[in-house]
Design a protein around this ligand. Structure first.
Ligand code: TXA
Ligand code: MG
Length: 331
């Protein structure tokens, strides 16, 4: 079904909320990336999210809340560690996975007995959830496998004509999706995805070591999770000059995604470049990464070369998303 996607602004929140209350999907900014929201209690509305994103049915959605103190309404056997995390990091870029109550539509959590909850740190998002009057199921507002959107234009690149509206609230401040921590088995807390709150910060607050996620995917699941792009992206681990020479000989049009320092050295030899900011400014790299990726993929480049950063605590999220975009390719 094709619809005309409206572009709303902050003044239109109540009109946008009405669409959600009528079972439609609306995209909106959060502190991390744009989300595609639907009434988490409405099965038909939630199913629309899966359809328009082309999201595999088994992949659960997390739910956005406007209140810190609602955990027990939506989750059961909530451990004290979860409350410590909400006290310290909510609102913010942290999704907490807990044992679920059956409050939401079944598709939200697919076949899992857990639920991922988050309270975002963005005044517009919190106002919008309150205006709707109930929690919103809200994955990132991109087509499955494409970079998460950090502007309303990115949302429309993927979903124009497929969703009822997007609320344009400018660029999202953080730029990379939330950290996901699974506390549903409190003897074995697991970090499922790195993000704005680091593993170390979480361990300090809960006083427990986090386990790393072990993925045991079959070939089909691996394919479904692959980053989808027509332009290959390589993480540069060897000498930039050698790599550039080699690719130029093959008549490739190179796009560089890197810090100012790398671009000022090699930018004049290549067709396209996009700066992530000063070397070592990880906040800037996080904020610009998905935007840079979309921009270079739409440019004349036939291959993208990307800079990785020393993987310290705060660069974990960037390195994780970069490796995903490279689908393992290093040069
Ligand atoms: O920052 C964010 O988290 C953004 C904004 C929009 O809130 N959302 C986001 O959603 O990144 P999505 O769907 O793109 O990523 C959520 C991830 C998925 O990998 C999903 O599998 C996982 O969270 N997830 C959701 N519920 C889960 C659960 N009960 N157990 C384990 N993983 C879960
Ligand atoms: Mg996503």
């Amino acid at each position: 079904m094709l619809v005309k996607t409206k572009r709303f602004f902050e003044k239109d929140l109540s009109e946008a909320a009405k669409l959600i209350q009528n079972g439609e999907t609306v995209a909106f900014p959060t502190d991390t990336v744009y989300g595609l929201g639907a009434d988490a209690g409405n099965e038909e509305a939630v199913k629309k999210i899966f359809t328009v994103k082309a999201r595999p049915a088994g992949r659960a959605l997390n739910v956005l809340l406007a209140e810190k103190n609602d955990l027990n309404k939506y989750a059961k056997d909530v451990p004290k560690e979860a409350l410590l995390l909400t006290e310290n990091f909510w609102p913010g870029p942290l999704t907490i996975v807990l044992k679920k109550r059956n409050t939401f539509a079944p598709s939200v959590t697919a076949n899992l007995n857990t639920i991922g909850l988050r309270m975002p740190k963005h005044p517009l998002t919190l106002k919008f959830i309150k205006e709707c009057g109930f929690p919103l199921a809200a994955p990132s507002a991109n087509t499955s496998g494409r970079p998460s959107p950090t502007t309303a234009d990115h949302v429309l690149q993927d979903l124009d004509g497929k969703i009822s509206a997007v609320i344009d609230g400018g660029e999202t401040p953080f730029g990379i999706e939330s950290t996901i921590v699974d506390l549903s088995e409190i003897e074995k807390p697991i970090i499922l995805r790195p993000g704005g709150i680091t593993k170390n910060q979480i361990e300090k607050v809960i006083g427990k070591k986090l386990y790393e996620k072990k993925e045991n995917l079959n070939e089909k699941e691996k394919q479904a999770k692959r980053y989808k792009s027509d332009i290959p992206l390589y993480i540069v681990e060897s000498d930039w000059q050698d790599v550039i020479q080699k690719l130029l000989k093959k008549k490739e049009r190179i796009g560089i995604l890197a810090s100012d320092e790398v671009i000022s050295k090699y930018g004049n030899q290549v067709a396209e470049f996009y700066s992530l900011g000063k070397k070592g400014n990880i906040d800037s790299a996080n904020k610009l990464f998905f935007k840079a990726l979309r921009s270079l993929e739409q440019s004349s480049a036939t291959v993208i070369l990307a800079e990785t950063f020393k993987s310290d605590e705060f660069s974990e999220a960037y390195v994780n998303r970069l490796e995903k975009a490279a689908n393992g390719k290093k040069i």
